[in-house]
Design a protein around this ligand. Sequence first.
Ligand SMILES: NC(=O)c1ccc[n+]([C@@H]2O[C@H](COP(=O)([O-])OP(=O)(O)OC[C@H]3O[C@@H](n4cnc5c(N)ncnc54)[C@H](O)[C@@H]3O)[C@@H](O)[C@H]2O)c1
Length: 341
Amino acid sequence: MSEVLHTSLSGIKDILESLETDSLVIIVDLNVQNLYSKQLDLLNVKGKKVTLWKAPPGENAKNFEEYERCIEFVIEKGIHRKSHVVAIGGGATSDFAGFVASTVLRGVSWSVVPTTLLSMIDASIGGKVGINSQFGKNLVGQFHLPKRIIVADEFLKTLPEDEYQSGLGEMLKYCFLDQEIGNKLKETSNHKNLIDDCMAYKHKIVEEDLKENGKRKLLNLGHTFGHAIEKIYDLKHGIAVVWGIVLIMKMYGSEDLISKMKEFIALLGLKLDLPPWYNKTFQTAEIMNYLTKDKKAQSTNKVDLVVPDSKNEIVVKARTFDEINEDLAKNAEELRTFRLH
Ligand SMILES: NC(=O)c1ccc[n+]([C@@H]2O[C@H](COP(=O)([O-])OP(=O)(O)OC[C@H]3O[C@@H](n4cnc5c(N)ncnc54)[C@H](O)[C@@H]3O)[C@@H](O)[C@H]2O)c1
């Protein structure tokens, strides 16, 4: 499992210096590099040869062209089997850099410095790395656990509000999955107090089920629809996950769960009201089109959905595409006019 280290911005360099390698390949999000180049001073890590790759901000890195450019660059610069890749950025940068680390020279070790709320509580943990295909997100990838996750929450000071909100969206998932996190949310006004709890929860699940054959599937709550919504409506990942959870709860949840969801959303301070499809034609066909290409598809005709059961517990249930299509069509009118407030 990955080791989690909490540090300050200035402490990151000490950790990089202590890594057992003479060669660091640092892949940093361009925005993060521009904001923190002085404090991090990445080109000067004592005792290491540093190869620095500035990745296009966020999602713009997760494609074949960038992957090829970066891989060829680090090979040209002389990466070797004991080189260590360090990803510095949000989830997109760590997905990308982790994928580079997992494939170059058939795999070298790597660590991650998450700089967004979403990557601290989710994307940096669990070793899922990859890039997007033109047909959907994260369709090309690997499992490659980082050696270390180096957390400095000072990075959050410069995070734009919409990106912070996206992280809060991913936190909603944990509130449903772990009762203790849900309860703690009711007692704290500072969401940063929940970062460690979310990290610990995900670590526990990943430890039990790295390759997502069982329990880890629960972490996809809201994601099956969320990935489709993210693409169709061009939303931030965590916000799309919230609307994915809304669809799940509206279609398969009880009134109690819908109230609980509204309460969590309010307590998290998610500034949401109208779904992106509000008062428009509900895009059942488009959603189905993405769903059929989802990695979680179990066969040509079904997918694992994370849904509440009759006891309001969150469980994984395989559902055929025909059934989901029917569920969406049946609820389309109600979904079209649903609002959170
Ligand atoms: N591997 C996993 O398990 C996993 C889990 C969840 C999400 N993801 C992936 O994570 C990605 C989303 O990641 P994200 O939400 O962390 O954002 P991101 O990496 O897409 O970055 C979002 C924006 O924030 C900027 N940014 C990052 N840190 C900053 C900082 N400290 N200050 C100012 N700007 C900063 C970036 O430049 C970018 O413009 C998606 O691609 C998603 O698929 C992966």
